[in-house]
Design a protein around this ligand. Structure first.
Ligand code: SAH
Length: 366
């Protein structure tokens, strides 16, 4: 690894709170151009650097062979190559891969690469931990530590891209990793802009999953892009939803569904409703029936997710016949439904299994 990962170079600059040296991709273009002019480099170098960083799978400034050696040295002194250091890499039997990444301030987060025929999907995180407290999810076990910056969000796609062979590309992005994306709205939107404008991914290939924050859903609807929205519903009524998704307390299904309706009205994109099946809690035919009433007349698609196990949590998935029965009730009432395929469960990379790892600073101080 290059010098950008050594602990000595991690100093917090007093004014901004951002660790220095800064990751190159977190530096605004105008600032980078001004710096390049100051060190006597022509403006077109910016394009060369961004091609290396985004399209080609290099891992250090040194590998940017069409830049003068002296300039590569200057770059390594002034900037970090990446926003994080890769400290863990697991590969599941179904070839799902999970990365554990360490951030400059010692925090950790995870992201996942999933392979399907003709499709390579990056599942990325938006926060260190999560504040939503869903009772079946590992990501919120330790609460939330901080938001990820825009660069920390989109660079996950670049590191996952680098795991693949030359001819493979990331074809889809799901913002379904650790954190509540819409609770980190500004950084999320800058990251998505990078993915569409710089990385070249169509907005229709990007899906943002939310616990259901109405105000931000309405804002997202107006962003002018064709992103997909997935809403984590998990229950057909407020009483049950508040039990398993505590943040529902102050929001309520009505508000969420009306914001989602607005999203559909503005974008024309069909909403996906995620429904984690928890044995004996929300998986009965009555629940399916109530859910079908709730979604009746809406252009909705229900994605059933038999819950993945989390060692600290006592939740279990229904047996397959129960899941199929639930799906059949929805279908018989005209609701489109799919059961989500499990991926990477043997390396804890499936939905709800990504988690906040204690940082080094925690270990020292607690
Ligand atoms: N905060 C966002 C995105 C994170 S999780 C949200 O709530 O949508 C992406 C999906 O995985 C969500 O639908 C979430 O509820 C689901 N999920 C969480 N824990 C799970 C688990 N243990 N098993 C299966 N799915 C889970």
């Amino acid at each position: 690894m290059s010098q950008d990962t050594s602990p000595e170079v991690v100093a917090l600059s007093a004014d901004s709170g951002i660790p220095t040296p800064r990751p190159l991709l977190s530096v605004p273009k105008s600032e980078l151009l001004a710096w390049m002019a100051a060190v006597g480099q022509p403006g077109y170098r910016h394009k060369q650097i961004s091609q290396w960083m985004v399209d080609r799978r290099v891992t250090s400034f040194d590998q940017m062979t069409d830049l003068p050696a002296g300039f590569r040295d200057q770059l390594s002194k002034e900037f970090r190559f990446s926003s994080f250091e890769q400290v863990g890499h697991q590969i599941a039997s179904d070839r799902t891969e999970k990365l554990l990444l360490q951030l400059p301030d010692g925090e950790h987060m995870e992201c996942v690469l999933m392979r399907d025929p003709g499709r390579r999907t990056a599942c990325i995180s938006t926060q260190v931990g999560c504040a939503m407290g869903c009772v079946f999810c590992a990501s919120g076990l330790l609460g939330v530590k901080r938001d990820l910056t825009a660069a920390e969000i989109f660079e996950q796609v670049l590191v996952l891209h680098r795991l693949m062979e030359d001819e493979e590309r990331i074809t889809n992005v799901v913002v379904m990793g650790i954190g509540e994306p819409l609770a980190n709205y500004r950084n999320l939107m800058s990251a998505l802009e990078f993915l569409t404008d710089e990385f070249g991914l169509g907005a229709r290939r990007i899906t943002v999953s939310t616990v259901g924050l109405p105000k931000q859903i309405r804002e997202f609807a107006r962003c002018g892009r064709q992103f997909n929205l997935a809403v984590s519903l998990h229950a057909p009524n407020d009483e049950l939803r508040t039990e398993i998704v505590p943040v529902n307390q102050g929001i309520g299904l009505n508000e969420i569904l009306s914001a989602a309706d607005e999203f559909f009205a503005i974008t024309g994109r069909r909403i996906s409703y995620e429904y984690v099946l928890l044995s004996g809690i929300n998986d009965q035919p009555d629940h399916a029936q109530e859910l079908s009433m709730l979604l009746r007349g809406r252009n909705a698609h229900v994605n059933l997710i038999p819950v993945n196990s989390v060692s600290e949590l006592s939740v279990s998935a229904p047996l397959p016949p129960m899941t199929h029965r639930f799906a059949a009730v929805l279908e018989s009432r005209g609701i489109q439904v799919t059961v989500r395929k499990r991926k990477g469960t043997d390396i804890d990379a499936a939905c709800g299994q990504l988690r906040l790892h204690r940082s080094d600073s925690d270990r020292l101080t607690h």
